[in-house]
Ligand binder design. Structure first.
Ligand code: NDP
Length: 331
């Protein structure tokens, strides 16, 4: 049997954490033949709730779950982890300025970077979920210089899956028959959900989404804003932010990264920009990627029309501003 994989979830007593840990323990993230040891971290005020989650994990008697570490000690939490899913973060409360939220979160990610660098397993893969996800991931990368930059990513898979979902609803086709949408840029309302290269499997072969929808006004308008604003729509309906879909897409992100993307299919991941598609190098930016042997690579050579170019640049600009703001908070 394979050795168990140690998976860290920070903010594990929170609502995404509560949805995510049972998925990991069930094999949704790493497969039904891969046992896991869960490391759950939260802050002292959440310690009792965290212990309750641990009790439920015991009660669920997951066959793949070989151990649970539930702690408020970041060093203990990070020890030997192979995968780190960073969900813990300071939520934006009413009346808080963007800078206040940024300031709280970047200092959390700066200190967790050091703990991961010192205590995680070599080659640990990191996924940042907590907002501002791209910029938190960038801070983590910059303050953990010995972790290879290819190992630090942020979640835009939820946005990617939302885009697949919208196309599937619009065309009344199975979501599993839709592929190769792209989320470009920031996990924020400036993200650009792009269907230019997306296709649908039909009885007549693979056909472009643009051709099947045959409504560019919808694709360039309402479709984009629906995906961008979906998080807010869920909060309005549920009175809580999206948790099950966030947790599920975090599993998709790690699974595809570790196990690989199917042939001919790409997914969206926030990764360290190397300047592809003229996106400034040195930002964590969401690109289309394929994964193989545990490594992602940015899909190259896609055509970018003027409409898309503009949107790619806008979201890059926002990320550059966030980066500057993050550094001013740390100074
Ligand atoms: P959630 O579990 O709902 O969300 C956790 C983080 O994920 C938030 O930053 C949230 O951003 C972000 N997020 C990213 N994508 C999504 C999405 N699609 N939908 C919803 N959220 C998304 O928050 P809770 O408050 O329930 O839990 C947070 C946990 O973190 C708590 O247990 C808390 O104790 C812990 N925490 C840890 C800290 C630390 O490690 N030092 C500091 C503060 C809290 P957004 O706020 O924009 O919704």
């Amino acid at each position: 049997a394979k050795d168990p994989v140690r998976v860290l979830v920070t903010g594990a007593a929170g609502q995404i954490g509560y949805a995510l840990v049972p998925m990991i323990a069930r094999g949704v993230m790493l497969g039904a033949d891969q046992s896991v040891i869960l490391h759950m971290l939260d802050i002292p005020p959440a310690a009792e709730a965290l212990n309750g989650v641990k009790m439920e994990l015991v009660d669920a008697a997951f066959p793949l779950l070989k151990g649970v570490v539930a702690t408020t000690d970041v060093v203990e939490a990070c020890k030997g982890v192979n995968i780190a899913v960073m969900v813990g973060g300071f939520p934006r409360k009413e009346g808080m300025e963007r800078k206040d939220v940024m300031s709280k979160n970047v200092s959390i990610y700066k200190s967790q970077a050091s703990a991961l660098e010192a205590h995680a397993a070599a080659n640990c893969k990191v996924l940042v979920v907590a907002n501002p996800a791209n910029t938190n991931a960038l801070i983590l990368k910059e303050f953990a210089p010995s972790i290879p930059e290819k190992n630090i990513t942020c979640l835009t898979r939820l946005d990617h899956n939302r885009a697949l979902g919208q196309v599937s609803e619009r065309l009344s086709v199975q979501v599993s028959d839709v592929k190769n949408v792209i989320i470009w840029g920031n996990h924020s309302s400036t993200q650009y959900p792009d269907v230019t290269h997306a296709t649908v499997k039909t009885s007549a072969g693979e056909r472009p989404v643009r051709e099947l929808v045959a409504d560019d006004a919808w694709l360039n308008g309402e479709f984009i804003s629906t995906v961008q604003q979906r998080g807010a729509a869920i909060i309005k309906a549920r009175k809580f932010s999206s948790a099950l879909s966030a947790a599920s897409s975090a599993c998709d992100h790690i699974r595809d990264w570790v196990i690989g993307t199917p042939k001919g299919t790409w997914v969206s991941m926030g990764v360290y920009s190397d300047g592809s598609y003229d996106v400034p190098a040195g930002l964590i930016y969401s690109f289309p990627v394929t994964c193989k042997n545990g490594e992602w690579s940015i899909v190259q050579g896609l055509s970018i029309d003027e409409f898309s170019r503009n949107k790619l640049d806008k979201t890059a600009e926002e990320l550059s501003e966030e980066k500057a703001l993050a550094y001013s908070c740390l100074a």
